[in-house]
Design a protein. Sequence first.
Length: 256
Amino acid sequence: MFGSRLGDDGLVGRLLVVEDVDPGNIDGCRPLATPMDTSDSWIMLVERGNCGFVDKVRNMQASGAAAVLVGDPWYDLPITMYASGDTSDVHIPSSFVARREYNGIREAALDPSGGGPLLVRLVRNEYYELPFLDVLFITILSPMLMMAFIYVLYRLRLRQHRLRDLAPTDFVHGLPTKTFYRSKYRDGEPDECAICLDDFGDDDELRILPCKHEYHVRCIDRWLTTRKKFCPICKQNVCPSSESTPLLPPRLRSIV
Ligand SMILES: [Zn+2]
Ligand SMILES: [Zn+2]
């Protein structure tokens, strides 16, 4: 989060382990006793701990390093090196290396059979260019996605439960109807809709439920398909086996 970024070609330099050039200085928390010759590019490997990341990089920059690798001796987890305060004085690139990589690089750099400092190329890893977005995704977006997923599941289950309590529209439309005429009305027959409490009038379309109770088509259809699949008067289920054959009206179901 400080210093310069690597260019497209990366950075080529000779890798040095800090304690190898400055005995006793393992973490880069102080500048090298003798600054490096800056006619060559030096990439300094220092160990994590004892001071801030930016302090290590500042000290190595002051000692003539072209780049710094900070190695973690404890954990295999790559992290982003943060720094507080003004870091505009830091102009060299630096990178964090987790334990396994650190140990490998360190071993190779200290190998006496290598014949002098290792020549290495640091390259840009686009994936780690966006640590902030990674953190944002892990801490905020993924819990939000999880919550949204759970909410959708909850709504789907709720909908399923609701649908189980309702009569399918096609089924309701298959129930018999008749037209009401006051001239044909006989005493004792119901002449009012128990849903809207209006008297039946001439030419009113009535729906006859299996229990023989009658209602305005518009009233009972809405009741059965949006509220309950039970007759409002006697509570009988109008489609008792709706779960197995929900789309068949009673006449057809008896044939099946
Ligand atoms: Zn009605
Ligand atoms: Zn009824």
